[in-house]
Design a protein around this ligand. Structure first.
Ligand code: URA
Length: 241
């Protein structure tokens, strides 16, 4: 079924400015719908099927956006915070029009992969405990990590609140005063990775998420940088969740 929407609403959703900005764009005669210049804000269009041109260039409507960010330390992964800088403040305005939110949290001092989207259904599936989507972290931890820790994490360990974790996979990269490991968990409890190592009497000194389900952090992204997910990545994400 065709869903008709106001032209100014659609252009604003697409990131071409606030309602006020796009009204001016439309009034200035810069928009064509199916080959005809339209200067009425409330003109109704079918955003998926009508041909929309801005300044002579065809543009394509989308409802959802999917962003991968390499979250830096010092910012919080919530949409609003009275004290701290949020990950949303790192996004350019054209993305904020879509009202994205982080699909899952990372602590203020954790770095790495954060997916931001306005697709509530996908975010829900990604985070649902029932789906148990794998999340892999690169972790630096004080003390020697050994085989015995691998076995304990695989069996499930008891956290400080008595909760027994699901089996987690540990890969030891380097065992040393500060060990380097990768840990894959299927859950997302509050401070989970830090608390899992605490339960082994070890303290996490550096934490970075490197993958979430089929999505791997693009190592070309520097801290605080982001990019939209590619079609292929979105497809994988939808298949797996
Ligand atoms: N586990 C933690 O302890 N912190 C995070 O940010 C993510 C997982």
């Amino acid at each position: 079924m065709k869903k008709m929407e106001r032209l100014d609403k659609i252009l604003s959703h697409m990131g071409y400015g606030s309602r006020k900005d796009v009204k001016k764009i439309i009034k200035d005669g810069r928009v064509e719908i199916n080959g005809e210049t339209i200067d009425k804000n409330d003109y109704k269009i079918d955003p998926y099927n009508d041909r929309i041109k801005l300044d002579g260039e065809e543009i394509f409507y989308r409802e959802y956006i999917y962003i991968m960010m390499n979250k830096p330390k010092g910012v919080v992964s919530s949409t609003d915070d009275p004290i701290n800088r949020t990950v949303l403040e790192l996004l350019e305005e054209e993305y904020l029009f879509f009202n994205p939110f982080p699909a899952g949290r990372l602590d203020k001092d954790t770095e790495g992969l954060l997916i931001l989207t306005n697709d509530g259904k996908l975010a829900h599936e990604l985070l649902s405990p029932k789906k148990g989507v794998d999340k892999t972290y690169y972790v630096e931890v004080e003390g020697y990590v050994e085989e015995e820790h691998m076995e304990k994490l695989d069996k499930g360990i008891i956290l400080d609140d008595g909760y027994k974790t699901l089996p987690a996979k540990l890969e030891i990269i380097e065992s040393n005063f500060i060990s380097k490991v990768k840990l894959t968990i299927k859950e997302g409890k509050f401070h989970q990775v830090k608390r899992m190592f605490q339960a082994l009497n070890m303290e996490v000194v550096y934490l970075k998420r490197i993958s979430m389900g089929p999505i791997k952090l693009d190592e070309r992204l520097r801290l605080g940088e982001y990019r939209e997910l590619m079609e292929e990545e979105i497809k994988l994400l939808k298949e797996k969740s």
